[in-house]
Design a protein around this ligand. Structure first.
Ligand SMILES: C[S@@+](CC[C@H](N)C(=O)[O-])C[C@H]1O[C@@H](n2cnc3c(N)ncnc32)[C@H](O)[C@@H]1O
Length: 461
């Protein structure tokens, strides 16, 4: 531990609840050791940490979606004079290799949560004139980048006069933020109303510890956003969905200005768009309750966003009619009826499916909707063969949120068939407690009007 160096990790300030779990999953996957110099608070955009070597940090950064950049820390303090003293005392033997005449360099100045003019930033930069740099400045493509950061808290409306913390260090690596833009839904060929945004999809793939050559399934695949993220990290991907029209790119377009979908919209087209076609195995039109996988087929990970019954129905194939048969002549063209699936049954089936079709150590990463006032960890789906490794909340509004659950399979099923704990009926609660929108009120009023008219006409005819 004595040869561990101190580094600064600087994070993006969105989805802060997911940061810790993402790093934990990747440290575990990449077998990298990291220790904290001090325990960070949830809102704090930086962590002070130690790694045994720079390559570990580079490898980790190359997968981290929540990270902006990482620095080798040469000094930090809660006041500027002390920071300069620290940097001046940083061992010359560690400093000089980056300051020789052959190495071009630049110093970036960043002020977090407080705006400074370019001139003020240059003045700050010049306070580091004592650094023994011999190389030339190169702003576009330097060999070495130094960063000076002033941290003024997390509330831009009332920053303090002086920074809370200041840091100086050598840039080591950026996180994967640029991938979020590359995979933006704005420019994606095939999207739908419930397409998962790229940042959350990539976070899910990291939670699932996906690595080169893994086989991944999304059983509620929709437009395949999670498959794009999984393939990006080297997974070979399968998807399934009950909605024939969705998988054939024939649902109503979700882009405001688009009136008709183009002929070639599909999950596969997205994979081609991102040069991931070689990772695409297939998508199947299938009801999750009807298992089509060979008994002993195992996936490395299952990542999914099941329907909650709000923006898309929670349905399965079935009929309420008893003794229902289809005549021979209608068999070929018959479109099966659907009945309500119910969240409790859906999650129970999902966990049981994972027990059967995940390898030991494989992960299920899925969203789970909750009504916030009623939330309690005991209402989460459980199964004797899976342990809950992570549980992070994404708040959707005052009353509702969804939790990203990460389970790991620890053993095969014995006769014991998992626990079926009752899960809160999110859908019923959602509609019971939500304030009616103006559009819904108009529709309700219109329905009442229609009903009144009907009754009136019936009475008067
Ligand atoms: C929240 S959406 C998934 C969105 C997807 N992650 C994406 O990025 O487009 C849930 C999907 O589950 C599908 N679904 C609903 N009931 C199903 C069932 N019984 N079997 C398989 N898929 C089902 C819906 O058609 C819908 O596409």
């Amino acid at each position: 531990m004595s040869n561990f160096k101190t580094y600064l990790l600087w994070f993006a300030q969105d989805h802060i609840n997911f940061r810790r779990e993402e790093i934990n999953s990747l440290l575990n996957l990449l077998k990298i050791e990291m220790t904290f110099l001090e325990e960070p608070t949830l809102e704090q955009p930086y962590w002070l940490v130690k790694f045994s070597n720079e390559n570990d940090l580079k490898t980790l950064s190359n997968r981290l979606v929540s990270l902006k950049y990482a620095l080798e820390l040469w000094g930090y303090s809660d006041n500027i004079p002390d920071l300069h003293r620290e940097v001046q005392n940083y061992p010359k033997s560690l400093m000089l290799p980056y300051m020789s005449a052959e190495k071009t360099f630049k110093i970036d100045v960043e002020t977090f949560c407080k705006h400074f003019t370019q001139k003020e930033k240059v003045d700050k930069l010049e306070t580091f004139n004592y650094l023994p740099v011999e190389g030339k400045v190169n702003l576009k493509n330097p060999d070495v980048v130094f960063n000076y950061i002033e941290f003024y808290g997390v509330d831009p409306k009332s920053p303090p006069e002086k920074p809370y913390m200041v840091f100086f260090g050598r840039w080591i690596a950026n996180g994967l933020r640029s991938l979020i833009n590359q995979l933006s839904l704005k420019t994606r060929k095939f999207i739908g109303n419930t397409s998962m945004d790229p940042q959350l999809s990539l976070l899910m793939a990291n939670q699932a510890k996906i690595q080169e050559g893994d086989i991944i399934l999304d059983p509620f695949v929709g437009t395949g956003s999670l498959l794009v993220a999984a393939a990006q990290f080297g997974g070979y991907v399968y998807g399934a969905d009950i909605d024939y029209l969705m998988l054939h790119g024939r649902t109503r377009p979700s882009r405001i200005k688009q009136t008709k979908r183009s002929d070639d919209e599909s999950v596969k087209a997205n994979m081609i768009q991102y040069n991931l076609e070689d990772k695409y195995l297939d998508v199947l039109v299938n009801d999750f309750t009807i298992c089509y996988w060979k008994e002993n087929f195992l996936f490395d990970a299952i990542i999914t966003d099941p329907p909650y019954g709000i923006r898309e129905a929670t349905e399965k194939i079935g009929t309420a009619k008893s003794n229902y048969t289809i005549s021979e002549e209608h068999l070929a063209t018959h479109i099966p009826a659907k009945v309500d699936y119910g969240l409790s049954n859906l999650y129970h089936d999902l966990l049981n499916f994972c027990v059967k079709h995940l390898k030991i150590g494989g992960r299920l990463v899925c969203w789970f909707p909750v009504y916030r006032d009623d939330y309690d960890e005991n209402c989460l789906p459980t199964n004797d063969c899976l342990i809950l490794k992570a549980n992070s909340e994404q708040i959707l509004n005052k009353h509702t949120s969804r939790r990203l659950l990460t389970y790991e399979k620890i053993k095969d099923a014995s006769d014991f068939q998992g626990l079926k704990n009752e899960i809160m009926d999110f859908r019923a609660k959602y509609y019971d407690t939500r304030e009616e929108t103006r559009r819904e009120k108009r529709l309700r009023d219109a329905n009442i009007r229609d009903k009144n008219w009907k009754e009136y006409l019936e009475k008067n005819n």
